[in-house]
Write a protein that binds this ligand. Structure first.
Ligand code: ATP
Length: 199
């Protein structure tokens, strides 16, 4: 089982990169953001633990998590945020580990916007950073319809700065060009990861 951690700032091209490797080479992708949503779905123990601690008003009428209400509580109170994280982080880690363990592709991508910040890099044998200039990052992140400038700023504030992220990278893809340029770099890295995965 060979794991490549894939990270980058908001709008850097993580999804563009992982979609390409998945579609072109059948590489399996474990997406930490998706896992984080799955572990608080109805019927999951983490959702029960959240409701037990924060009160059942944190659930919507249909029993699903009221994310907006929870966000409001933990945004204003770091102690409550830590309690929330003490519930969610172990569940996320366990779910990631399980998904990685059942992957059957020659190597598996662990895509996480907070790979280094969350400690999830520890699952990976190598870390790939998708890097983009700040100007292009803003352009690409803000042309998507569902994020405001304020949200982009908040997300960037929670992420490592670009220099720090680059320092921790084993491999770097520069996503300042068109998609063909991104794919070209990924083609080379794919060959490298295939070789590394059999060693
Ligand atoms: P997030 O952290 O917000 O999930 P991300 O790192 O996954 O973002 P993507 O969603 O892959 O980034 O890319 C951001 C936007 O930029 C998307 O609309 C994507 O189609 C576009 N994009 C990515 N790479 C390129 C490129 N090389 N040329 C043109 N557009 C690109």
């Amino acid at each position: 089982m060979y794991i490549v951690g894939l990270t980058g700032g908001i709008g850097s091209g993580k999804t563009a990169a992982s979609d390409y490797l998945a579609l072109s080479y059948d590489i399996e992708v474990v997406d930490a953001d998706i896992v984080a949503r799955e572990i608080v779905m109805q019927g999951q123990p983490a959702l029960q633990a959240i409701a037990d601690h924060f009160g059942h008003h944190i659930l919507l009428e249909d029993g699903s998590l009221n994310r907006a209400a929870l966000r409001q509580i933990v945004f204003a109170n770091s102690q409550q945020r830590k309690i929330l994280e003490s519930i969610t982080h172990p569940a996320i880690r366990a779910a990631i580990q399980h998904k990685l363990s059942i992957s059957t592709s020659p190597y598996t991508l662990l895509v996480s916007p907070l790979l280094f910040e969350s400690g999830q890099y520890q699952f990976a044998h190598r870390n790939l950073v998708i890097d983009v200039s700040e100007e292009l990052q803003w352009q690409r992140a803000s042309t998507r319809d569902n994020v405001s400038a304020e949200q982009i700023k908040q997300i960037m504030a929670a992420q490592l700065c670009r220099e720090e992220r680059l320092k921790r990278a084993d491999d770097i893809v520069i996503n300042n060009g068109d998609l063909a340029y991104l794919h070209l770099q990924l083609d080379e890295l794919h060959q490298k990861y295939l070789q590394l995965s059999v060693v």
